[in-house]
Write a protein that binds this ligand. Structure first.
Ligand code: ZN
Length: 140
């Protein structure tokens, strides 16, 4: 039975989830063509909301400890880090949602581990096999 990629590539109109067929390469050099990634497009509104959350937490928590002796330097760094994360969120137009396919090393089909989500999307996608744990590189 053939694998119809055209059928698998769908763009969800409601959740902005896009499934893209990819090739997989293991660190050992073995490759396979049967894999997919899901990329989530974030709207400007979503990005602003997420960035705003980081800004508010950074300013509230950082600002709250700003006048506490000794701790204030950490509060300042915390606020800067949160603002930095907020800016990163603002710039991330697409994030990696999930990935899966057939592992080139252990030949098992399943989900690939791509981190805890919300990672900014860029090629090639780095992932780990859920079965044997080999590092995988996913590319178009
Ligand atoms: Zn594997």
């Amino acid at each position: 039975m053939g694998f119809d990629w055209a059928e698998r590539v769908t763009v969800g109109a409601t959740n902005n989830l896009e499934e893209i067929p990819v090739h997989v390469r293991a660190v050992s050099g073995q490759t396979r063509a049967v894999a997919w990634i899901r990329r989530r497009q974030l709207s400007v509104r979503q990005r602003l909301l997420e960035a705003g959350r980081f800004f508010v937490i950074g300013i509230l928590v950082g600002g709250g400890f700003l006048f506490v002796p000794l701790v204030h330097i950490f509060a300042f760094i915390f606020a800067l880090v949160m603002i930095g994360l907020g800016i990163a969120r603002l710039r991330a137009r697409a994030v990696l949602d999930s990935a899966g396919g057939v592992c080139p090393r252990c030949q098992q089909a399943g989900d690939f581990f791509v981190g805890l989500g919300r990672r900014r999307f860029r090629w090639p996608v780095e992932a780990t096999c859920g079965h044997c744990g080999v590092e995988l590189s996913l590319y178009q």
